[in-house]
Ligand binder design. Sequence first.
Ligand code: GLP
Length: 260
Amino acid sequence: MEVIVLPGPDDVARVAADVVADVVRRRPGAVLGLATGSSPVGVYAELARRVTAGELDLTGVSGFALDEYVGLPAGHPESYAAVIARDVTGPLGLDPARVHVPDGRAADLEAAAEAYEQALADAGGVDVQLLGIGANGHIGFNEPTSSFGSRTRLKTLAARTRADNARFFTSPDEVPLHCLTQGLGTILGARRLLLVAQGSAKAEAVAAAVEGPLTSMVPASALQLHPRATVVVDEEAAARLTLLDHYRQVYAAKPDWQRP
Ligand code: GLP
């Protein structure tokens, strides 16, 4: 995979936004895979800035969220449907009718998961999937021991994930126990993967995902199976990578025609 190490979070946001913008320039009707959490916030802000400045037009794209909590009341501000609408659909000027989030309030969650897979297939699959990484190595809500072949399904959140995400809720008990998440197999079906990570809290997970063995104990290690995965990290998140100098050299020597 391509590992790009940059000085700080702003650089990560800029370079990741370059990749997304390049995909959309080549294909104005591109399908974007949308991540939630704090990691991609800067990327969305940078894309929104370019849209406002008239440098980028995202009106033709579709979006598919990675995951959704199960059991939050309709309109809960921390449901991923609300987060995506607030941080992504509005600021980026996407057509709300073309932005999809798994239905975590469905009476039949299995049917909702199947319908989501079908909607993804009907849209022709994801052109570029933006990803964050959990401190325990999860992507989407694929917690450790998730199958590399998994599809969208119900998952139980790991205790660490619930604790990490408690900051978004008024109390830790309010964090749902369950979610619907695209599977690792679903994510690997995207034509391009773009994982962003910032800060020292992610350093261990990034090193395990990029340089550790392929193991379901580190779900993000699934990126090693993908022919076109790019990992964009700041210095702090890169701190545990052993081939740091190599990644820097490769990026510095990257031919212009390969850059977005
Ligand atoms: C969340 C999301 C993931 C995200 C990860 C990291 O719970 N389900 O998609 O990548 O955990 O979150 P953050 O970016 O806030 O650190």
